[in-house]
Design a protein around this ligand. Structure first.
Ligand code: CLF
Ligand code: SF4
Length: 293
């Protein structure tokens, strides 16, 4: 199933902690340079990190691109197994702060030719930026796509802000699905390794998830990550019943028959640093402090 992927990209994928369960020894650093967002998901309260790619309840300090480079250099010097730079919010990497996302990647690339660039997005602006991301050297992209049916997608967003207008309901769903799919298509045509995150929303998209996974498989995505919704107090979906770990496992197992599944997602912070099992961001200053002689 990995046929057709060039060997250098395959190597990056094998050394990416999220794209395969065997990547435990490799570390990633999330650089929190993208605070703004262009949509309002019903499960999100914006004062926390984007729960499309993070566990809720954490607020990352925003870094400028220059600060992000400095953090990358400091961490890389102490973490030789660091293979991946991820931009995962705390808002959306392609929303209003896209210029900072871009600048961050450019600065890091001029310092490090090899590190893998990984980016996560809700997909709204992906058709506009996909080719530029390829030029910037992004080889791995995650799109959170909770539905491929506009009616179902439309129930997940309170509204979206797009081309100067606000859309809701079916119209919002239709734009999201269309842009997520066309953005993915452009990336896939350029050989980007694509992952789709799917947040399981009881009574909303639960039974539709295999159809989302089948669409991802048919397009040529590499892996899907079926995630649990951790309800955020104050969000529109705060009282949506949580899907049990067992139900998530069953869904992943069912969808594993369709295509490769992620079983080890840690729903990490937008400023996570380290291996998936050992997040150093909680005490980054301590980790970076000069060691006592
Ligand atoms: Fe970060 Fe996401 Fe890239 Fe990984 S996280 S941008 S793909 S480098 Fe990984 Fe964390 Fe799960 Fe995301 S464990 S929340 S899947
Ligand atoms: Fe919140 Fe959705 Fe925006 Fe992520 S994409 S920050 S979940 S509104």
């Amino acid at each position: 199933k990995d046929e057709g992927i060039p060997s250098d990209i395959m190597k990056k994928t094998m050394e990416h902690p999220c794209y395969n369960c065997a990547g435990h020894q490799f570390a990633r650093i999330h650089l929190p340079v993208a605070p703004s967002c262009n949509v309002q998901c019903n499960y999100c309260v914006r004062k926390y990190d984007c729960p499309n790619e993070s566990r809720p309840g954490v607020t990352s300090t925003i870094l400028t691109p220059e600060e992000a480079l400095a953090r990358y250099i400091a961490v890389k010097e102490r973490m030789p197994n660091l293979t991946v730079v991820g931009i995962a919010g705390p808002g959306d990497s392609l929303a209003g702060n896209y210029a900072d996302t871009k600048k961050t990647l450019e600065l890091i690339r001029s310092y490090d030719k090899d590190v893998t660039f990984c980016l996560s997005t809700n997909g709204l602006m992906l058709p506009f930026y996909a080719e530029e991301l390829v030029q910037l050297g992004v080889t791995h992209v995650t799109v959170t796509m909770n539905a491929v049916d506009p009616k179902i997608s439309g129930k997940i967003y309170k509204y979206i802000n797009y081309m100067g207008n606000r859309f809701e309901g079916d119209a919002a769903g239709a734009i999201m699905v269309s842009n997520q799919l066309s953005g993915l298509k452009i990336l896939l045509a350029h050989g980007v390794i694509c992952k789709v995150n799917i947040v399981t929303l009881k009574g909303i998209n639960e039974s539709h998830i295999p159809a989302v996974v089948q669409t991802c498989k048919d397009m040529g995505c590499y892996i899907t990550n079926i995630m649990q919704l951790i309800p955020v107090p104050g969000s529109a979906f705060e009282s949506l019943p949580m899907v049990s770990n067992k139900d998530i496992l069953n869904l992943r197992n069912e969808c594993n028959k369709i295509m490769k599944q992620m079983f080890h997602c840690k729903q990490c912070r937008a400023d996570a640093v380290g291996t998936l099992d050992n997040d150093m961001s909680v005490d980054l200053a301590g980790f970076l402090a000069p060691k006592e002689a």
